[in-house]
Design a binder for this molecule. Structure first.
Ligand SMILES: Nc1ncnc2c1ncn2[C@@H]1O[C@H](COP(=O)(O)OP(=O)(O)OP(=O)(O)O)[C@@H](O)[C@H]1O
Ligand SMILES: [Mg+2]
Length: 329
């Protein structure tokens, strides 16, 4: 059976994507909302709100309502989703609507409830199905889940890294690390402050990470603009690739160690299929320069970055929606 009136939501720590059956992906924006401090009114959401991050505009609170893959501020999340959905005019009045929503594997019951509450506020009568993020990531990474074959997927988001072995659409082993791209950005900002005495924002730190990554590329340094920690005036600095790679190493090391741990515990009947289908890296963190090479070298199994990894979870959620799969919430 195919659902013609459903929506799928990938409510991520950094990016929120919404897919509407029959229309495709209608929202792909940063998970952010700007609220007037005086009136409490929503001033902007998504890209426009995120662009104000750390710039300290008067009277405006910029909120990133998710942390570590889960909702930290329910009211802000609901307001953001409502503004998105109103903007793209998703019809509210559909009799039988299914909403497929992605969650990290180790989300607690309380965390699951807050997502259910957020979605229910959008569509009070719809049936909400929670799907574990790595299941959606695997479906959106080109594995044929219906065939029942083995899959190994690593979804590196902004707040969580989900590492999972699947057989068909079923999780066999899964771990969720509460770290991802955001932790790497914070580590880069801290290292730049320590090494160069320069204060930089999260976006500047993110750009350094995306440009230099694990320092295996041709670039040995990159330019960044920040504020001098002592003089408090703007300054430009060339940051060495080795400073950035050393800063992100703890997060990368944890991810790689967990991949190895999970491989050492793989059911023998799945081993061949996992090796043949490769370790697949999804989520925005999969694009970190040098990461696929590092995972492949340490796991000793071919590793690939899936196509358009920032959208693999929503692609998979859309497939699951159309297949009518998921646990009813
Ligand atoms: N080219 C790149 N190199 C390194 N990291 C990148 C690159 N592009 C995006 N990222 C990182 O990917 C992360 C966002 O990925 P994604 O949208 O998959 O996360 P999310 O789904 O919002 O988070 P989560 O699943 O943890 O809730 C950010 O931390 C961002 O810095
Ligand atoms: Mg995600």
């Amino acid at each position: 059976m195919r659902f013609r009136s459903g929506i799928a939501i990938d409510l991520g720590t950094v990016n929120t994507l919404v897919y509407v059956a029959g229309r495709g992906i209608v929202i792909d924006e940063p998970t952010a909302i700007a609220i007037s401090r005086e009136t409490g009114h929503v001033l902007s959401v998504g890209q426009a709100a995120d662009a104000l991050t750390g710039k300290e505009p008067h009277g405006v609170d910029v909120v990133h309502p998710l942390r570590g893959g889960v909702i930290a501020d329910l009211d802000a999340t609901v307001a953001m989703l409502q503004t998105f959905v109103r903007r793209v005019r998703v019809r509210r009045r559909l009799a039988k609507t299914i909403a497929v929503v992605c969650m990290p594997v180790e989300a607690t019951v309380v965390e699951q409830r807050s997502v259910l509450a957020a979605v229910a506020s959008l569509r009070p009568r719809c049936v909400v199905q929670l799907v574990e993020e790595p299941v959606a990531a695997a479906a959106g990474s080109g594995f044929d889940l219906l065939a029942g074959s083995g899959a190994f997927v690593v979804d590196i988001g902004g707040g969580t890294t989900d590492i999972a072995v699947l057989a068909g659409g079923h999780l066999v082993r899964a771990r969720s690390l509460r770290l991802g791209g955001d932790a790497m950005d914070d580590a880069v900002a801290k290292a730049v402050k320590n090494e160069y005495g320069l204060l930089i924002g999260r976006n500047a730190a993110r750009n350094l990470k995306m440009t230099l990554g694990l320092a295996d590329g041709v670039l040995t340094e990159a330019e960044v603009v920040g504020v001098d920690a002592a003089g408090r005036t703007p300054r430009t600095e060339r940051v060495s690739a080795s400073v950035v790679s050393a800063a992100i190493e703890p997060a990368v090391g944890s991810i790689v160690a967990t991949v190895r741990e999970m491989l050492s515990d793989i059911p023998p009947n799945l081993a061949e299929e996992v090796v043949r289908s490769k370790i697949r890296l999804s989520g925005g963190g999969a694009l970190l320069p040098g990461l696929a090479y590092r995972v492949e070298a340490e796991a000793d199994i071919a590793t690939m970055v899936v196509e358009d990894p920032l959208r693999s979870v929503i692609r998979g959620a859309a497939q699951l929606l159309e297949m009518g799969t998921g646990d009813a919430g």
